[in-house]
Ligand binder design. Sequence first.
Ligand SMILES: Nc1ncnc2c1ncn2[C@@H]1O[C@H](COP(=O)(O)OP(=O)(O)OP(=O)(O)O)[C@@H](O)[C@H]1O
Ligand SMILES: [Mg+2]
Length: 505
Amino acid sequence: MSDPTHLPLLQLRGISKSFPGVKALAEVDFTVRRGEVHALMGENGAGKSTLIKVLTGVYQRDGGSALFDAHDINPKTPQDAQRIGISTVYQEVNLIPHLSVAENICLGRQRSKFGFLNWREIRRRAEKAMARLGIAVDVAETVANCSIAIQQLVAIARALDIDAKLLILDEPTSSLDEKEVERLFGVMRKLKDEGLGIVFVTHFLDQVYAVSDRITVLRNGNFVGEYEAASLPRIELISKMMGKELSEADFKAADRKEHQRGETPLLHLENVGRRGSLKPLNLEIFEGEVLGLSGLLGSGRTETARLLFGVDQPDSGTTRLDGNPIKLKSPRQAMERKFGFCPEDRKTEAIIPNLSVRENIVLALQVNQGWMRYVSRAKQNELADKFIKALNIKTPHAEQPIRLLSGGNQQKVILARWLASHPRLLILDEPTRGIDVGAKLEIEKLVASLAGEGMAILFISSDLEEMVRNSHRVVVLRDRKKVCELQGGEISESAIMHAIAKAES
Ligand SMILES: Nc1ncnc2c1ncn2[C@@H]1O[C@H](COP(=O)(O)OP(=O)(O)OP(=O)(O)O)[C@@H](O)[C@H]1O
Ligand SMILES: [Mg+2]
């Protein structure tokens, strides 16, 4: 007992935290040992991020105790937590977009000489931090110009820049591709061998099992249990998260019914491209089908979506809608033609933080109808209630500001926004990122039934399993170029992977 190294690194006991109308944590226990990766699991809104925020001084706990490195702690601010060696990368990456990578890594931690910042020192330190992660990036580059994946890694480098004993990663991999995830795991294993404790939050079960030693499950703000990863089968983990018994059958792909796709394409792209972002490609999208768009991060998936939605304009080719050439100059024009686009980065592109769940849901519909034709309040309430139920959005009521929802529940609201506007073409860019397993299945069912009703859906996902389950047709992009198209029975994970990996011929 006198030797502190025999104590776990972190011991939280009976932690409680309430917000108006929500009991986010009810007497939760959480123990992290030195040299382990500990996964914190639970459905959207289960309380994972809140537990982390209580531990790191973002929120104050209402009750319970916290022992860290053999000392009672009660951090009042994230800086307090950092000072004692707890470092965090939050779910919503908070970098300052117009500063450089180097400044973002060292921000607020530089030593200044006579009040001047030593740029060379900052640069050297940032380069070292990125090198530790094995990332080649010019640290003088402005963060806004970096991909989301690189931004995520910069946030991690920043967290590691102090002498951390405990590193907390809240959904760090949601915007990383497979190679980047592997690289991050390499870093995590190395840090664990150095004796750090690592808390890992993710909704990707494969990743949990690839890297975690132990798993703690929360459900509805309650502690369910702590388990050895190696002795907790996947299906049991999911059952514990959802609070119901499940069998493998629950995870079988919904029968891919013979779909009735239209005769002529809704949208037909001929040689459409844009210098520097997408090589000219041909693409047809039919009513009533789910067209999967697959490829690595940076392969041109998002660029294609942006061209379709009028965010960027092509500089070659012809786009036809119902056979007639169109040129979309803005997303608004796309929306007028009943296109919807649920973008990949919800924080910067999608949510309006201070508006309520209801207002966020009706937004696209309102824009579609034009502001002169106000959607009645009764209709708004009806839509909000319908989607809160359909997507199981966890919120005390429809008037809650969206920023107070958990990350995954915010994502569901954005999805609801586009579903509510009932577009003819719906572009979904990584729609299930950050969404828990149960909700993912619900969304998949919904997507299938919308296609059944005649909607055309362009489905972008890095998750190959999901791609195969959902798509009637799959187009694979590589190096900003369409490299292959798969239909019906040809669609499989290995076929897609093969197309992604194949060397230029
Ligand atoms: N500042 C806040 N004010 C009001 N309610 C909040 C606040 N922060 C979190 N909540 C609520 O507390 C509950 C737990 O949220 P939390 O963000 O911890 O979930 P989570 O497990 O991280 O979910 P996800 O997987 O979606 O990220 C949710 O119902 C959420 O709406
Ligand atoms: Mg969260």
